[in-house]
Design a protein around this ligand. Structure first.
Ligand code: NAD
Length: 258
């Protein structure tokens, strides 16, 4: 379905971004990866899943506007275009607001929110010129509702949902759609840290901590998988998604239905 198209997935060396990159590569797209950690391993995994497309990597730090712009330009230069931008990179920090480290607040706003602006503004002119594009922002249920001790994350993700709606309106008469996906719990390294902290604090086992985490918020009592989110991204890229604009689509086992 995406043969001949190019996707850039930010924060795709791990977790949700890696799962989405694999799904897009399976659909035939060229994929440019980004993120910290073992880039070669991620590249090999996505290349193994690819159906005809090429796989590249750019190590832009998503807290740096200049590096984000350079990554978009590098993607266009290497693959000839950037058709699908998945703004996924993100970090978390959990603490009460009066104890929240200022440096962590700034990093979360930069990586989880401002990077979405910087990548989108760099990618949009090319998409509009070619008359087709998809911007898919990985927000969170925390873009729709809040949890305590996550003030920076909740503020950033609500910001992403608002940004998504605004840019979707700006693109409404073009072939470029802009939408957000709002996952509940997905068992990635970002969430594993929270499971481990809960196990340590409560003196409980890791499986018990997982169960408690799900039981508190996610009625299905099951984690969503990166592959399921990849399939939703693929649907938004299909012709059926041509007129889906400015939505914030939760995939959360019923979390925000409560
Ligand atoms: P993860 O920690 O597994 O992956 C995060 C990715 O972002 C990694 O590839 C990491 O290298 C990259 N990254 C972090 N800081 C970066 C920076 N400064 N520059 C470039 N890359 C950077 O986390 P995940 O759970 O897969 O999260 C991915 C996205 O999904 C995030 O935006 C997160 O907020 C969102 N999300 C996750 C969940 C969940 O339950 N896991 C739920 C809702 C939303």
């Amino acid at each position: 379905m995406l043969t001949g198209k190019t996707a850039l997935v930010t924060g795709s060396t791990s977790g949700i971004g890696l799962g989405m990159a694999i799904t897009l590569a399976k659909a035939g797209a060229n994929v440019m990866l980004n993120g910290f950690g073992d880039a070669e391993a991620a590249k090999a995994e996505v290349q193994a899943a690819a159906r005809g497309g090429r796989v590249g990597y750019h190590g832009a730090d998503m807290s740096r506007a200049d590096q984000i712009e350079a990554m978009v330009r590098a993607c266009e230069a290497e693959f000839g275009a950037l058709d699908v931008l998945v703004n996924n990179a993100g970090i978390q920090h959990v603490a009460p607001v009066e104890e929240f480290p200022v440096e962590r607040w700034d990093a979360i706003i930069a990586i989880n929110l401002s990077s979405v602006f910087h990548a989108s503004r760099a990618a949009l002119p090319g998409m509009k010129q070619r008359g087709w594009g998809r911007i898919i922002n990985v927000a969170s249920v925390h873009g729709l509702v809040a949890s305590a001790q996550k003030s920076a994350y909740v503020a950033a993700k609500h910001g992403v949902v608002g940004f998504t709606k605004s840019v979707a309106l700006e693109c409404a008469t073009t072939g470029v759609t802009v939408n957000a996906i709002c996952p509940g719990w997905v068992l990635t390294p970002l969430v594993q840290k929270q499971v481990d902290a809960r196990a340590a604090a409560g003196g409980i086992s890791e499986p018990e901590a997982r169960k408690a985490l799900l039981g508190e918020k996610q009625p299905s009592l099951q984690f969503t998988t990166p592959e399921q989110l990849g399939e939703l991204a693929l649907f938004l890229c299909s012709p059926a998604g041509d007129n889906i604009r400015g939505v914030a689509w939760n995939v959360d086992g019923g979390w925000v239905a409560q």
